[in-house]
Structures are given as structure tokens and as C-alpha cells.
Write a protein that binds this ligand. Sequence first.
Ligand code: PLP
Length: 338
Amino acid sequence: MRNGKWRPIPVLESPFAKTPIMRLSAQSGDRDLPFSPAFDNEIYVKRDDLIPFSFGGNKARKAACFYRDILEKQPDIVMTYGTSSSNHCRIIANMACAMGMPCHIISPEEESEDTRHFNRMLVERFGASVETVPVTMVHDTIERRKEAFAAEGKIPYFIQGGGHGNVGTLAHVLAWQEILKQEEETGIFFDRLFLASGTGATQGGLVAGKLLYGGDTKIKGISIARACPRGRDAVRESILDFLSQSKIGKQDLYTEECLDFDDHYILGGYGRYDDAVEETVRYMMDREGIPLDTTYTGKAFTGMLRFLSENGIRGERILFLHTGGTPLFFDNMTRRAK
Ligand SMILES: Cc1ncc(COP(=O)(O)O)c(C=O)c1O
């Protein structure tokens, strides 16, 4: 054990190696490309799905920051919140399991379960306890659980759903710095960066990183669930919460123009998708070898292609941040096979 009661996880001890940025092979002339005018641009993908812990992704970047905070604070149990398809819950449960630390997950009741999600199967396999409650009871349940653990003399470490909050935002400030370094090293500078935006800390971290460390790339979050103003407000809050921490004190850097949160491609809300998303997911796996899913990355990638072709954008260098979620790719395959 390293200075405390929990086992260290070597891969989370130091920063991850930079994830690769790959140019897609698709050319605008390819007949079977979805939204082919979008490919009049050079499209690159930054493969954060290849981060080497628990199938990677933005939640693995965040988990690495939570890991360091946990080692410092030495709590007795980690608690978080999320649905049965949550990538965040999988990664936190995996981290806790690897550390030998108990993990408690509060989960909302879901209307229909047409498949068992691989993320939930993994959470259970990692030995986390899952408490399912009506969505209206989530907040009170979290508070009651924290009190109950405290009454047993245990210190809980609570992580907001999706890894929201300054620790999760920091992870993507660091990701922005990584992109800046990669641009310098390769001489390939991007005009625009697209990503799937949900609870806001991933986009918030990238934007805060740009405000703090510079760079010319325009950042556009493609909302996968929330409409404006709620979704945009959440990203703004992430940026301002991060910048206004006493050790940073740079909230004056924020301007409304730096925040582009696009809710045109939510297709009716969380988890909803259309044939074009399915077609794009299939194309990207079959022709580029890159797994996407219909809830986050495939939906956002399709939104990006739609945006580029609808707005006649061409001749630019475009970077898509692949935020992971590989188990959801397999959920999609299982569902299709039924
Ligand atoms: C694969 C994937 N991409 C993107 C997101 C959105 O991240 P954020 O909630 O930080 O906006 C999530 C959130 O669950 C995710 O799992």
C-alpha cells in the first residue's frame, strides 16, 4: 500500500501518454460516405477511447484526476450517481475495485430496459453496490447515504454524476494542453474541434484550457441530450467554477463567444438516435476501424458531419475528440442482433 489504506493503480499514478490523433481515410468522392460534403475537410480523430484504463474515454481522464484526489484525502468509500449505461459509473467502480475500496452507486429507475448494458454488468462485476431509486429521490438518497456512512464513522468521497465538478474539468484543461503540444509537434493545427457534450465538464475543461493557455481552434460541443439554455448554462458553470477557484482567479477571461454548445442534433433527447447515426457508426467501424456508439460519440460525430455539410464548410482541418464509451458500441451490436 502507498501511504494509505488503498492499493495504488500504477497506470493512474502518472499522466497518461498522449493519445493518437489519426486522419480519417475517407475522401469526399467516396460514394457510400454519409454526409459526403463534410469530407471536403481533413477530418482527424483524437483517440481518447484508447486511454489505457477501463476502456478509456473522457471519464477515464477524469478518473485519473479523482484517483489522485482520493489518494490525498483517503476516504473510506467512493459514491457516485449514474444510469445503467453510464461510462462514468463503470470507470469509477473499476477504479474502486482495483484500489480495494468499496463503491456505492445510486442509480435512477429507468423506463425501459431493452438490453442489459455492458457498463452495468461491469459495475456489478467490480463489486459495487447499486441502489436504484425513482429519479425524483436521487438527491435525497445521496444526502441520506452520505449521512449514513458518516454515522458509521466512514468518510465518503462523493463524485457528481458524469464526474462533473472542478476535478473532472481539470482533466480536460490538461487534455487541451495535450492537443496544443500535439499541434506544435506535428505542425498540424486544427480550425475546429468537435466533441460530444453532456453534463458539461469535458467541454468546460477544453474551453477553460483555451482561455488559460491559448490556441486558435474553435471548440464546438455537440449536445447529446440537453437543449439550451440548460445545457449551455451547465458548460458555462463548469468553466466559471474552474476559473474562479482561488488558486486560479481568472474568471474575467470568460466571454460568451468562447462557448459554442450546439443543441440542433439532440434528436429528441438522451439515448435517442436516427438511421443516419446508425449508418455513421457502421461506416466508422467498417471503413475506419473506429468504434463509436449511438448515445455519445456516434451521435456527436454525425452531428458534426451534418453541421459541416449543412454550413458548406470545406478546406478546413477538423478534429473530433473521441470521448470513449466502447462498451456502448457492443450494446448497440447486441441490440441489433436481437
Ligand atoms: C463517451 C462519452 N462522451 C461524452 C460524454 C459527455 O461528457 P460530459 O458529461 O463531461 O459533457 C460522456 C458522458 O457521459 C460520455 O460517456
